[in-house]
Each structure stands twice: as structure tokens, then as C-alpha cells.
Design a protein around this ligand. Structure first.
Ligand SMILES: [Cu+2]
Length: 150
């Protein structure tokens, strides 16, 4: 009987351990809803990595392409540029929000309505170049939510 008890304890400890790929915590993921014929929109979230790494790509079934962008004001002109890699330093929360970093969903396949759920696959690269995928479902918010403001 003692032997069996020991085995059960070992199994439950293994089941409770955090899988190796669950290194990035994603919070408050949302996507701006779109109106008919709109082909792009932004996705926003908070990312917190447990170890140093970077976000190197995003995929979503709702969009033909997804890119990480940075937005800034340059002499009153809003400029967006693609960011091939966004550093996620260990323990620090990196915020993707209107007016700053965001995921641009490009070539949308259909309009996104408030309350829809948009699956996103985040490609996270470690310091040792290992790329893992973090899946998250982002909630679609009203198209009229404040856009690209500071
Ligand atoms: Cu953008």
C-alpha cells in the first residue's frame, strides 16, 4: 500500500507542473471591431514573459496576414511601422495598446463584431532561438472604442 501511495503522489505532482511552453502570460487581449468593407484592424493585449525573449510573429485565422506594428506621432502625422521583433524582458509587462505597439490584422476575411472571439497565435522566441507558440482568444470590442489615441 505504501508503494502505491508514493506513485500517486508523483503523478499528481507532474500533472500540476506548468508546461514548458507556458512562459508568457497574456492578459486583456482584445480586437477592435470593424465595419463592412474594412480590411484591417488592431489587436491589443498585455504580455508578461517569465524569461527573456521576444515576440517574432503573429497569426490569426481571421486575417490573411498579421504584423506587429509600432505607432507614433511625427510632426502631427501618425506613422505606423512594422516591428520584426518586440522584446519581452523577463518579468516586465509589455503593453500593446492604441497609440503604441499593436498587432495589425491585415486582409480581414470578414467583419469582426462586438462579442466575437478572435484566435491569435503568438510566436515567442527564447534567448536560445527556440520558437514556441502561445494561443490566445481576443474579445472583439465595439468599433467605436477609442482608436489609436495616446
Ligand atoms: Cu498598425
Amino acid at each position: 500500500m505504501n508503494g502505491l501511495g508514493t506513485i500517486l503522489i508523483v503523478i499528481s505532482a507532474a500533472a500540476a507542473s506548468v508546461p514548458a511552453w507556458a512562459q508568457v502570460e497574456v492578459k486583456s487581449a482584445w480586437v477592435r471591431g470593424t465595419v463592412a468593407a474594412q480590411k484591417t484592424t488592431g489587436a491589443y493585449m498585455e504580455l508578461k514573459n517569465t524569461k527573456d525573449g521576444s515576440l517574432v510573429g503573429v497569426e490569426s485565422p481571421v486575417a490573411g496576414m498579421a504584423e506587429v506594428h509600432h505607432m507614433r506621432m511625427d510632426k502631427n502625422v501618425m506613422r505606423m511601422s512594422a516591428v520584426p521583433r518586440l522584446e519581452l524582458p523577463a518579468g516586465r509587462t509589455v503593453e500593446l495598446k492604441p497609440g503604441g505597439y499593436h498587432v495589425m490584422l491585415i486582409d480581414l476575411k470578414k467583419p469582426l463584431k462586438k462579442g466575437d472571439s478572435v484566435p491569435l497565435k503568438l510566436k515567442i522566441e527564447d534567448r536560445d532561438k527556440t520558437v514556441s507558440t502561445v494561443e490566445v482568444n481576443a474579445e472583439v470590442r465595439d468599433a467605436a472604442a477609442p482608436a489609436h489615441q495616446r
